[in-house]
Design a protein around this ligand. Structure first.
Ligand code: GTP
Ligand code: MN
Ligand code: MN
Ligand code: MN
Ligand code: MN
Ligand code: MN
Length: 209
């Protein structure tokens, strides 16, 4: 599969000087640590204020360190496969059993300064199923209130004048290169158009000034 370079090189939120590589290349790295995270999303007919279509439910989490990121965590490939490790982390952090497969893999990215390879996965779910994930994450997940302060949905609309929605969300602080992973996925999976993302990024940039 081809590696769409997306926003990895030109966003302010991600770790710099990081490079894309295949899952196989990543696993061949000697002395690298591996982390696997996943974007869970669903379509929805729901509307905000009975007016603004929400279009998609997209899950991220507020981490223990106050940063936004995706559910998942560190995996030691000598003990379990990347996908088994991610499934384990999802059980810990979401209290939801989801068996991640090779088909869910999106990209792998090497950060030379930390010798950490971050593997990114995505899974489209039914709205009913993703609502179950939200319920479990807030109730039975063992890491709730410890490693994970709560799941959040990503607002993908932009309110009039660029005052709120995606621009505000992108103005928060993100762990590692999770902001790049989000931006890449939003366009890659057709959740927003490249133009919508660009508009949101422009407003987000203005908010930071
Ligand atoms: P412990 O169980 O406490 O070890 O945490 P964990 O296994 O859940 O690990 P965590 O989710 O914190 O991820 C490990 C490392 O990966 C972090 O220290 C970050 O550097 C990085 N990281 C965390 N979340 C994300 C994410 O959403 N995207 C990316 N690219 N990196 C992340
Ligand atoms: Mn209200
Ligand atoms: Mn964890
Ligand atoms: Mn984690
Ligand atoms: Mn862990
Ligand atoms: Mn843990």
């Amino acid at each position: 599969s081809s590696h769409w370079s997306g926003n990895y090189a030109n966003t302010t939120g991600g770790s710099m000087a990081s490079g894309q590589l295949s899952r196989e290349e990543a696993l061949a790295c000697v002395g690298c640590r591996h982390a696997c995270h996943i974007l869970l999303y669903a379509d929805t007919e729901a509307q905000l204020f009975e007016e603004i279509p929400i279009r998609h439910i997209i899950l991220m989490q507020m981490r223990f360190d106050g940063l936004l990121g995706f559910p998942g965590g560190l995996v030691d490939p000598s003990e379990e496969s990347l996908e088994e490790g991610l499934s384990r982390e999802l059980w810990e952090e979401l209290g939801f059993s989801l068996s991640v497969t090779l088909e869910d893999h999106v990209s792998s990215c090497h950060n030379p300064s930390s010798h950490l390879i971050t593997h990114f996965y995505a899974r489209r779910m039914e709205e009913k199923e993703i609502r179950e994930v939200e319920r479990a994450a807030a109730s039975t997940a063992t890491d709730h209130g410890h490693e994970v302060m709560g799941m959040v949905r990503v607002p993908i609309y932009t309110l009039k004048g660029g005052e709120g929605g995606l621009p505000s969300f992108l103005s928060h602080s993100f762990i590692g290169n999770s902001r790049s992973q989000l931006e890449d996925a939003l366009v890659r999976f057709g959740l927003v158009t490249p133009e919508e993302l660009q508009t949101a990024l422009t407003h987000a940039e203005q908010r930071r000034k």
